[in-house]
Design a protein around this ligand. Structure first.
Ligand code: FAD
Length: 410
């Protein structure tokens, strides 16, 4: 049987950040990364691609170029976990043993849960920034929009980057406004607020009002009829089915823990890898850690969270290898760069409990041009640095701001 000291499942943002940082700190480690994909994607820029502000090709790099040289890349998919035997089984039936396991397999996109969606994605004005193939089509839909109804949906499940469904709405609304295109823009969300953190949500209400966009709460998309351009929603607590005509629709698919995790002994009842919200160590298996979108930690699922988590996970893992207890604690940090127009961004940063923890002392509810520059230039660079084990500076801190909303000019 193949065996490695550390096995990392998933070579995305979390897996590669941990592999690289651990090897930077201890070059002698024997690390294997199990990752089936030939490509690594910088997903946070897909919003910009959909808004016509970023080149899709710049979001993709060969996985081989991102993988740390000293790591063993096993180019396969994990099928099952056997943590009681310290091994995983791959899709070809072979097993890989480990002393320590790190799970970083991301979140699963359940496109099939919306009836008719898969048949019409990429045509009939039906698009989604949640895929490399489709993000460029979002821009095509926006650019070719000549007026009418534009819908932007948010599903009834946890998702990665909770801000992404509305960021693209703002980029589209801004484009329509600048070009004098009459658009009836709706944010159709299964939820009942614009954002999970009220401090930011109130500011986003203002951004919606600025564009004259309607927030349609408790609207859960369940079916799409592409050829007839109709979206079917379950509306309200009684889930009444309502058909809405559209000229374009940006769909965010329902999401869930990957099936092979849901059914594994590592999962909690909801299917996520059950790790301690602070140390990121597994609740039951002391030699297992997890980070990123696949875990049970109640933070906002973002690459920004992965950055903060890898800073905690790597020293904790090394401590456990040395026979010590994990000492570092993740505070739930996540950030959501909300593109409020093509040219400005609101940088929502927060930790567990919705505490406001911006990196900078300026009021984070104010959309700023400097943040747009960060989003298009600095953050991509910081991401590629992060997967090479250089997570960069960390300035986030709890800061006080006046209760009253500042002037919001998207
Ligand atoms: P991923 O980076 O998705 O990596 C998971 C990896 O696991 C993949 O490479 C996959 O191939 C692999 N894998 C899956 N199944 C298996 C298996 N069975 N065996 C082995 N490997 C497997 N974050 C931000 O911080 N800011 C943003 O502005 C932002 N915007 C976003 C916009 C969009 C449209 C999207 C889609 C995402 C956005 N994100 C943003 C979220 C961010 O991309 C994710 O939170 C981040 O990539 C999570 O890292 P991860 O390692 O958990 O998962």
């Amino acid at each position: 049987q193949r065996k490695h000291q550390i096995v990392i499942v998933g070579g995305g943002a979390g897996g590669l950040s941990v592999a690289s940082a651990a090897l930077n700190q201890r070059p002698g480690l024997d690390i294997a990364v199990i990752e089936p994909s030939e490509s690594h994607y910088y997903q946070p820029a897909w919003t910009l691609v959909g808004g016509g502000a970023y080149d899709i090709d710049a979001t993709q790099r060969a996985e081989a170029d991102c993988m740390p040289r000293q790591a063993h890349w096993i180019k396969q998919r994990v099928a099952t976990f056997e943590p009681d035997h310290n091994q995983v089984t791959l899709e070809d039936g072979s097993t890989v043993g480990y002393d320590y396991l790190v799970t970083a397999a991301g979140i699963q996109l359940d496109w099939g849960k919306i009836e008719g969606l898969e048949a019409t994605l990429g045509k009939n004005g039906v698009t989604s920034n949640y895929s490399f193939e489709l993000a460029p089509y979002t821009w095509e839909c926006i650019r070719n929009f000549r007026g009418g109804k534009a819908l932007f949906t948010y599903p009834a499940t946890p998702i990665k980057c909770a801000g992404a469904p509305q960021k693209i709405l703002y980029l589209a609304a801004d484009h329509f406004r600048r070009n004098g295109i009459k658009a009836d823009v709706h944010f159709c969300t299964a939820g009942n607020a614009m954002f999970g953190v009220p401090f930011y949500s109130e500011a986003l209400d203002q951004v919606m009002a600025y564009y004259g966009a309607a927030p349609d709460y408790k609207h859960n998309l369940v079916a799409v009829d592409g050829p007839h351009k109709k979206a079917i929603f379950e509306v309200g607590d009684d889930k009444k089915r309502v058909a809405v005509d559209f000229d374009m629709i940006h769909v965010v698919p329902p999401q869930s823990p990957p099936d092979f995790i849901k059914t594994s002994p590592l999962a909690n009842e909801a299917g996520w890898v059950a790790v301690n919200a602070g140390t990121l160590r597994h609740d039951k298996y002391a030699n297992v850690f997890g980070l990123g979108d696949c875990t049970s930690t109640p933070n906002s699922k973002t690459a920004a969270a992965v950055r903060a988590q890898s800073r905690v996970l790597v020293p904790n893992l090394l401590a456990v290898i040395d026979g010590e207890e994990p000492a570092q604690v993740y505070d739930g940090y996540a950030s959501c760069p909300l593109t409020t127009s093509k040219g400005k961004m609101m940088l929502a940063e927060f930790v567990y409990g919705g505490k406001i923890t911006p990196s900078f002392p300026a009021d984070p509810r104010v959309p700023r041009r400097t943040y747009w520059w960060m989003k298009t230039t600095l953050l991509p660079k910081m991401y590629w640095d992060m997967v090479q084990g250089r997570p960069g500076p960390d300035w986030h801190a709890e800061r006080e701001f006046p209760k009253a909303l500042p002037a919001i000019q998207p």
